[in-house]
Design a protein around this ligand. Sequence first.
Ligand code: DAT
Ligand code: MG
Length: 140
Amino acid sequence: MAIERTLSIIKPDATRRNLTGKINAKFEDAGLRIVAQKRMKLSIEQAQQFYAVHSARPFFGELTEFMASGPVVVQVLEGEGAVLKNREVMGATNPKDAAPGTIRAEFAESVGENSVHGSDAPETAAQEIAFFFAGTELVG
Ligand code: DAT
Ligand code: MG
């Protein structure tokens, strides 16, 4: 499998509980390299733009308000099959369905406040990385 890059976000429920290091350890233990990372506070407008694909969903307001409710850590993860590997390390969207040992099984509070975002395909990964980072900020 090819070396890929994927966009990850450590969400406000996790930064609030000081879990950034524990979550990063899960990525690194799985062989994913953090090639870019920054802590920031999203505006409501940024959250709405980032999650525009979900704008018709009933939880859109809740989701975007949550994502703007506190600091996030946006990061680019690199490795063999990074998009799929990151989704495996994250676990299922709903922590009740997440496999033991995954980030969401261990740390997520609910389906809405589920600690991490990860791109779902290489094409969306490229768009989501460009949303937050200039090419020069990625240091492999
Ligand atoms: P994922 O984050 O696993 O890719 P998704 O793309 O389907 O999941 O949804 C994006 C985010 O929206 C998800 O991480 C949390 C929120 N969300 C999804 N389904 C939800 C629901 N039924 N109720 C509340 N929030 C939800
Ligand atoms: Mg998704």
